[in-house]
Write a protein that binds this ligand. Structure first.
Ligand code: LLP
Length: 419
């Protein structure tokens, strides 16, 4: 569903006016559609039919408690990468038995926290980590369910910063070591190797790399079963791309049928870790035009949202579609849309046709529901934005805008040192 549509020339989210939300809550402001979130969840769930599956929403994408709860209420589990994300998932009401824990660097205290909660599975990225999990589980007197994240050496054909399944990547254990790793796990007292995990990257716009990687996983599974390992879960990771500009990623149906072709029918519960495909196009960031400025070379539209609020364009040269919430004031001419942060890299759009604007005009930066607020920071002494969740004609502020006191929370001035 497209939750963002025009009424009388102005942009709305579901049955709520974006102008009114910006008026009430200020800018920059993240606005999410609950209906878009649940429609996405339902579409993937439906596409998987009666194949046993658990959809573990990748909470790193958008960790707002209300967003997470919206998906959890629909049946979602959660994919976490830290103790902090576990805390958030539980606070949002997620069931521990539907939580999977990924990531290359898990600390002992985080492992212990996850064991205490009773999560579904640790996705283990090295044998050194396996031994730590075994030791921590031993100290607690429990057995930890684990899967190895195997690195299939498949090129996901996406941005290098978000490719994770190549041989050169820090993620996963090398393919050739998988047999030994499972043998080691079997010999340990406090881990149970119950699954195989594979995540090759993010924003994939083709099905084939998923299929290639998962075909390798199927072969590995059969080999491991022959070697006496009782593998009953396959975690296929996340990574399904979305449309930011003119990409044509696979539909949930095409993606699901590619996955099921490769690893369906093996008697395994299939875990999915969708992130962006659930949240990206369920959200926008609203920002207001401060002023326009020109030099000999360029036209700059300066807005009140910057790279600290939405870092994707600066960090990955990512394209995010931007449009005025009101009707265009005239013909588009090239512009950079830039924020107030003191960095040349602080732009939301570069050399893009953009209509004339006036001070105070409200702009919507699209596809900001994923990796937007969750990657935001206080750089340049900027308070983090507010977040609003909408369903139908109801809107709720689900995170207040920070205040200046939040900027210094936890800091102190030790005068015996500072003078
Ligand atoms: N599972 C694992 C193990 C992951 O590392 C990720 C994303 C996901 C699932 C979710 O992937 P998704 O379905 O969202 O593609 N900040 C970057 C993306 C970083 C991706 C990190 N891992 C961006 O804004 O493009």
């Amino acid at each position: 569903m497209n939750a963002f549509t025009r009424r009388d020339g102005r942009l709305w989210v579901e049955d709520v006016s974006l102008d009114e939300l910006a008026e009430r809550h200020g800018t920059p402001l993240f606005v999410y559609s609950a209906t878009a979130l649940t429609d996405n969840y339902d579409a993937l769930d439906r596409a998987l039919g009666d194949a046993p599956h658990t959809l573990c929403y990748s909470i790193k994408t958008n960790m707002n408690l209300a967003v997470v709860r919206t998906l959890v209420a629909r049946g979602a589990g959660i994919d976490i990468t830290s103790g902090g994300e576990l805390f958030r998932a539980l606070r949002a009401g997620a069931s521990p038995e539907k939580i999977v824990y990924s990531g290359v660097g898990k600390r002992d205290d985080e492992i212990d926290q996850a064991l205490a909660a009773g999560i579904k599975m640790f996705n283990v990225e090295s044998r050194a980590e396996l031994r730590r999990i075994d030791a921590v589980a031993g100290a607690r007197g429990v057995r930890a369910p684990v899967a190895f994240r195997v690195n299939p050496d498949v090129d996901p054909k996406t941005h290098p910063y978000i490719s994770t399944g190549l041989r050169t990547s820090k993620f996963g254990i090398p393919w050739g070591e998988a047999g030994e790793a499972y043998a080691e796990a079997k010999a340990l007292q406090h881990v149970d190797a119950v699954g195989i995990d594979c995540h090759i990257g993010s924003q994939l716009t083709e099905v084939q790399p998923f299929v290639d990687a998962l075909n390798r996983v199927r072969h590995l599974l059969l080999e491991l079963r022959d070697a006496g390992h009782a593998i009953r879960t396959i975690d296929v990771g996340g990574g399904l791309g979305v449309t930011y500009d003119d990409e044509t990623p696979p539909s949930f149906e095409q993606y699901a049928s590619g996955v099921l072709e490769s690893v369906g029918g093996l008697g395994c519960d299939l875990v999915f870790e969708p992130g962006r495909s659930f949240t990206a196009n369920a959200g926008v960031m609203l920002t207001r035009v401060l002023y326009e400025k020109r030099n000999d070379e360029k036209r700059f539209v300066i807005v009140d949202g910057g790279m600290n609020d939405l870092i994707r364009p600066a960090l990955y040269q990512a394209y995010q579609r931007i449009e005025p919430v009101g009707p265009a004031r005239g013909d588009a001419r090239a512009a950079d849309v830039v924020g107030p942060v003191c960095e040349s890299g602080d732009f939301l759009a570069k050399d893009r046709p953009f209509p004339p604007v006036e001070t105070g005009d409200l702009l919507a930066v699209h596809s900001a529901g994923a990796y937007g607020f969750s990657m935001s920071s206080n750089y340049n002494g900027r308070v983090r934005a507010a977040e609003v969740l909408v369903k139908g004609d109801r809107a709720a502020l689900v995170r207040e805008r920070e205040g200046y006191e939040d900027l210094v929370r936890g800091e102190s001035i030790p005068e015996e040192i500072t003078g």
